[in-house]
Ligand binder design. Sequence first.
Ligand SMILES: O=C[C@H](O)COP(=O)(O)O
Length: 359
Amino acid sequence: MSARNPGMHLDLEWVSKVRVNTQAVLKRAQQIQGRKVAKKQWQAAWLLKAVTCIDLTTLAGDDTPSNVHRLCMKATQPIRHDLLKSMDMHDKGITTAAVCVYPSRVADAVKSLKAANSSLPVASGKTFDIAALKIRFIPSSDTFPERVQPHCLTSRSLFLILFASVATGFPAGQTPLKTRLAEVQMAVEDGAKEIDIVINRTLALTGQWAALYDEIRQFREACGNAHMKTILAVGELGTFTNVYKASVVSMMAGSDFIKTSTGKETVNATYPVAIVMVRAIRDYFLRTGYKVGFKPAGGIRTAQESVVWLTLMKEELGDKWLNPHLFRLGASSLLADIERQIYHYVTGRYPAYHELPMA
Ligand SMILES: O=C[C@H](O)COP(=O)(O)O
């Protein structure tokens, strides 16, 4: 795993010089969407890879301990055991990367995952003690070749399931700074290992980049050891240029990931906006040597889309970014379609609703 991005001083010259070529961005996004789709075992391998990168999310007003518990169960066993067994992947510890909930539900998630992990066989013969919980590792490949059999997904590097919480007045970010900081602290104290913060769009839209940088710096400090994913809410930033500027300012302020959307804006994760963000990640890496992760989120529903997102990462940032340390798919209902497609790959037919009751 690469070193955590410490951030850097605010380079306003870099920010002010940015110009994005809209036509070039749109063309590149179309190219990536037009790539031939992998079939059969190659598709199954990509889909399993996508599963290991999912932040399985519930962010609803009617969230309860029981639906958070259900989410955690699904995160620990995202694909039906017999389907994985048919692919010889049942003992590889396939889980989602994380579960993502509101701060008030973090304690529920911690409790549920603790119970789930204690009843699960430990993958790869290893356990990892974090926050007094025994949590199993899941494998993630450092490289992900074009043509790969499902079994190639087992690899050297190991990853563990995490609890993530949104914070800072999610989704609008329109609460006082003091309250937003307190929310981060509360989520961390309750056991969240990752915090998805939202940026202050007012500051971005009025060009107050120094003030935005200062706020994000304070969030990063409040996160402590928890990793910080910074949500830009791209659908509300107006232009690609603003998206690029917000991306670099967020990285300069020490974000571990930059994330497209809350899932609550009218426009959420789109491929063109992702091109702008991953180019900013590449530029930041070339300038500082630090790899920042990318998380598209909001409206990602189909297995096919998940493969396009992986393709985009592979083509724009390379194989090093194709693992959960540097890539996440934020989604509440994507997993259901992935499981359905894997069911089809294994059995040759699509499942009836009752055959995937946890989907
Ligand atoms: O961060 C994740 C998003 O809120 C999920 O959005 P979604 O419900 O459209 O998948």
